[in-house]
Design a protein around this ligand. Sequence first.
Ligand code: ADE
Ligand code: ZN
Length: 290
Amino acid sequence: MPVPKAELHLHIEGTLEPELAFGLAARNGLTLPWTGTEALREAYRFQDLQSFLDLYYALMAVLRTEQDFEDLADAYLARAAAQGVRHAEIFFDPQAHLARGVAMDTVVDGLWRALGRSEERHGVSTRLIMCFLRDESAASALATLEAARPHLDRITGVGLDSAEVGHPPSKFREVYQAAAALGLRRVAHAGEEGPPEYITEALDVLGVERVDHGLRCVEDPALVRRLVRERIPLTVCPLSNVRLRVVDTLADHPLPAMLDAGLMCTVNSDDPAYLALFSYSYGQVACSPV
Ligand code: ADE
Ligand code: ZN
């Protein structure tokens, strides 16, 4: 029996396995620029967050219909349940779909067809968190929140993701204020590649109650003391951090030191289809399949 787990940092688009990507491409009459699933997996050698995001957004082209989003979420929930996940708080990136002409209704209704029956079918309770792309404008984030208004009964909170450096949390002050006024919970990626100051801004300017990643807090002892004192949860993703070269090897990851410091860290998967360490090695540490 696998250990029971909660998954608090999971991008549903990051659960798109190559086999499903090719299946959806065929169903939608699309041709992918890879010869097959093995060739696609070969492309999963990332230098940094941006090199991953380029592929992550490109492969989303296969997600077009409600059925596609349902199949994506249902496949993830089945795998998660088999690994002992009992509760999953799931990010999605509507702007990446709206930009391709896929409507908010298609995305949320499709995801909900899987999430709405997840407890009964998989024994996994779920929450849906809508992320704003921080490398898009603040106006685009506000328009996305507006587009999501008919769906807010199914969306628990808002988050902030995509390319971090150069896009500080303060850029999104207004949309987070608007989200709070609508009763939405607030989280944000901060301190993955960006500096510790972004973590402070996420707390003070956006009012987040949880920080996604938060890894670079370790560079600022006063910030670590604050996070401990205020019991701010950090959703840490160690395997993602290795694959996106935030740390060199798993052995170099600061998670043990973070726990020793009293930080409230949870361990999460981020984008498991792309970033799980399937017999892949960096530096000294080879990691077995997860
Ligand atoms: N979107 C999907 N995965 C992400 C990550 N690890 N960091 C920022 N944005 C993301
Ligand atoms: Zn993430």
